[in-house]
Write a protein that binds this ligand. Structure first.
Ligand code: SF4
Ligand code: ZN
Length: 405
């Protein structure tokens, strides 16, 4: 999509340079410099309004490879060139995805000259997110991944002596999540969606959201205008959860009322959250202690945090194999008698099944439900992502990878 235009008039702000881009939330057309200044100043105002950090702070930004965290890093580096910034990348062990994002993030941090710390889940923690397809979290991997990430945010913050963690949540994220939590009656979660979350204990980092008032569209324009490398890769586990559906509805409502997102944010932050915080249930449920296994903060009654419970599930699963070499496949089939089938991905492609709906795929594979299914094809990534999809549907599937992948 092209966001620029060579307008025949000058920038509405500086009145000198040629206007090339519209500020989506303001509906005025400006030059590149004025767009950047306008955008960065709004972030600065939020940071100052909520006193998000001081010059002595060490600020960590967890990069996901997407536009939000990358934009935040670039804007903070430009606004506060002297501040102690630390970029962090969590390699979650999502095969054929995490490695590619890691390379994006490396290049970007090098370009910005910001130190980058990479935490590889497989190497440092001994498990990977893909393994949750073997647990009852197989159809809600993002929920498991979210728990793991929150734990790692806190653990890494301590290891790197971060005093502040800045996240890339923007206006659209926040309002849609607020509405989703509101519909689910999750008031405790809702109350945590404030611009600043102070830590429960003194040695923890505080969490801040400098993009709190910035609409997503403005971020897309900023990222495009400033050549921020944004990965278009989609995590194979990404789900179309309630916030995404609500985002679409909000976009529709915005066409009628361009202030709707700000109005909702104001009702939530000024009216509802203070009301929730004044209730007895809030005081009771937000009681925290530390997990007896990992030492992190938990509100769980049995003092084992939800991350440790999830890791226990992984530890209980003996065979977590998703991919085999050709040689391993041959050895494996020796013990399976005839209870297996080899499927060539080319055949699925000819039948247009790879891009088809999950329902069609399911129909094709259902006759093999009780067999071990081995997938083979030219592109191991394609086979691997299909393996994940079918595992989530309860099939016993393995991808056969090429020797050098
Ligand atoms: Fe984790 Fe889900 Fe995000 Fe993938 S899409 S990185 S599984 S939260
Ligand atoms: Zn724990």
């Amino acid at each position: 999509m092209n966001y620029y235009n060579n307008y025949s008039f000058v920038c509405k702000i500086c009145k000198k340079e040629k206007a090339i881009i519209k500020i989506p939330s303001q509906r005025i057309k400006v030059c590149k410099n004025c767009y950047n200044q306008f955008f960065e100043n709004r972030i600065k105002k939020t940071i100052e309004k909520y006193k998000m950090f001081h010059p002595s702070d060490k600020i960590g930004i967890f990069l996901s490879g997407g536009k939000d965290s990358s934009t935040l890093l670039m804007a903070l580096k430009k606004l506060y060139p002297e501040i102690n910034l630390q970029a962090i990348f969590l390699n979650l062990g999502i095969k054929y995805y995490s490695e590619k994002i890691e390379s994006y993030v490396r290049d970007f941090c090098q370009k910005l000259n910001v130190p980058l710390y990479i935490h590889n889940l497989v190497e440092k923690e001994g498990y990977k997110i893909d393994e949750f397809v073997f647990t009852h979290f197989k159809n809600k991997i993002c929920s498991a991944c979210g728990t793991i990430k929150r734990y790692l945010f806190s653990k890494i913050a301590k290891e790197l002596n971060l005093t502040v963690i800045a996240t890339g949540h923007h206006l659209d994220d926040i309002v849609s999540t607020m509405l989703a939590l509101f519909f689910q009656g999750e008031f405790l979660g809702l109350s945590r969606l404030e611009p600043v979350l102070n830590p429960f204990f003194p040695n923890q980092a505080k969490k801040v959201k400098p993009l709190y008032y910035i609409p997503e569209k403005d971020i897309i324009y900023y990222a495009t205008l400033n050549d921020i490398p944004v990965s278009n890769l989609l995590c194979p586990h990404s789900e179309k959860g309630p916030p995404k559906k609500i985002k679409k509805i909000l976009d529709e409502l915005e066409k009628e009322n361009n202030q709707i997102k700000y109005q909702l944010l104001s009702v939530f932050t000024k009216k509802l959250i203070p009301l929730i915080k004044s209730q007895n249930f809030y005081k009771k449920e937000s009681f925290v202690s530390t997990c007896i296994k990992c030492g992190e903060v938990t509100s769980s009654l049995n003092n084992i945090c939800s991350r440790c419970k999830k890791i226990e599930l992984l530890n209980k699963t003996e065979n977590k194999t998703l991919e085999l070499t050709y040689e391993e496949f041959i050895n494996c089939t020796k013990n399976l008698n005839s209870n297996w089938i080899l499927i060539d991905l080319n055949n699925l492609k000819e039948k247009n099944l790879l891009e088809s709906s999950l329902r069609k795929l399911h129909k094709f594979f259902i006759p093999y439900k009780n067999k071990n299914i081995f997938l083979i094809g030219e592109d191991p990534e394609e086979g691997y992502f299909l393996t994940l999809k079918l595992r989530k549907k309860g099939f016993n599937v393995y991808n056969i990878k090429k020797e050098n992948t």
